[in-house]
Design a protein around this ligand. Sequence first.
Ligand SMILES: Cc1cc2nc3c(=O)[nH]c(=O)nc-3n(C[C@H](O)[C@H](O)[C@H](O)COP(=O)(O)O)c2cc1C
Length: 209
Amino acid sequence: MNTTTTSSLTDLLETRRTVGRFIPDRPLPEGVVEKLIHLATRAPTAFNLQNWRFIAVESDAAKERLQAVAYGQPQVRDASVTFIVCGQTEAYRHLFARLQPAVDAGMIPSAVQQGWSDMATASHENNPQLQRDEAFRSASLAAMTLMLAANELGYASGALSGFDPAALAEAFELPAHNIPVMLVTVGHAAERNWQQKPRRPLSEVLERV
Ligand SMILES: Cc1cc2nc3c(=O)[nH]c(=O)nc-3n(C[C@H](O)[C@H](O)[C@H](O)COP(=O)(O)O)c2cc1C
């Protein structure tokens, strides 16, 4: 792409690719899982709902369980870790408490805390479609942020929606209000992975009005 912008983020976006083949049996160093989720949760959410949950699947036994509900995809076994990125549908109930740190920091007045909390309750309470939409939005933003963070730290990553959500929920005992939105693999790239695949031209995807 012809652009004058150069930054590490631009490079990352231009070169990030989906890795499907990982070198097996290479755990991540201590602290990396926490660092990745710390960075992933820098992603924004509506009202700062933070309606997400991350399950780091690292042990052989848990990987086996996950692979069985992910149509046998081998990257779930070979990646150092696969994160089950869940979106949560009942987060609006906790919004008042979740905004408290921003109130304590003097960022938002308590009237705004109450107002947002009331607004979120009014819009979400009897609207399962919105709860689910918001869960998918937040989990997807977190998943992308997680992949970029992994690449930035020198690891390879991939997103997967190829799993049976009901079977996964059962295998990992997810409550109904935790929706498994995406799997994100992180690990060490083996040989013979594709580079980033070509994208549709801007003329097809961009509209300016
Ligand atoms: C939501 C989502 C679901 C995906 N599911 C799978 C999957 O189940 N298995 C797989 O091998 N790749 C999966 N992929 C990877 C895509 O095939 C890949 O991102 C796409 O081909 C573009 O490749 P690139 O990111 O290397 O350019 C998924 C990607 C996304 C964003």
